[in-house]
Ligand binder design. Sequence first.
Ligand SMILES: [Zn+2]
Length: 216
Amino acid sequence: MSAFPQRLIDGYRAFTTQRLPIEQSRYRALSERGQSPETMVVGCCDSRVSPEVIFDARPGELFVVRNIANLVPVYQPDASAHGISAALEFGVEVLKVKHIVILGHAQCSGISAIINKAAPLSSGDFIGRWMAMVIKPGEVIEQREGETRKEFATRIEKTAVFRSIENLMTFPFVQRSVESGHLRLHGAYFGIAEGSLYALDRESKEFRRVEGNSLV
Ligand SMILES: [Zn+2]
C-alpha cells in the first residue's frame, strides 16, 4: 500500500491540536442529534474556492456539493444515477435547508475549457458533456465586440450561476419549497486574487460586492 500523504497527516495533527479542542463539544452534539445545516452550497471543485473557508463555517453549518463549474443539471427523472440531484434531494427534502447558494468563481477551468474550446474539452469526454449544460440549445457562446478575454470569461462564469439557478427550479421539490417560502435561492461569485465576494441581486440580475456586513 502506498504511503498516506504526509501533508494530510500533518494537517490532521494540526486539526487535533488546534481546531478540535475548540469544536469538540459541537462535534459531540452534532454526532448525537445529527446535522441540521440551514444552507446548502453548490460550488466548484476548484481547490481555491472552499465554501467552508470562504464563509468561515463551523462543523454542521454548510451542506456542500462541489462539481466542475458549480453546475446544477436540469431535473432528469430517468434510470441513471445523478449525484448532484441526489444531494439536492437530500438537502431540500430531508435536511430542509432554507438557502441554496450557487457559488461561482473567477478563473474557473471548466468555463475556460468551454470558452476556449480547448483541452480537456471535447464532445467525447466527461468534461465536454458536463460543461455543455452551460449553453442552452441553439445558443452560441462567443466573445462580444469590445469585450476582453477576461471579461468574456467572467460573463460566462456568471452565466453558469444563472443557469444553475434556472435549472434548480426544474426540480419539483425545489420549486415547491421556493413557492411555499421555505427555501430561497442565491447566486454568488468569488474573486480568487482579492478574496472578494459578490452576491447576486435577483431583481437587477447584477452581482454586487459584499463588503463589511452588507452589499455595496
Ligand atoms: Zn471552477
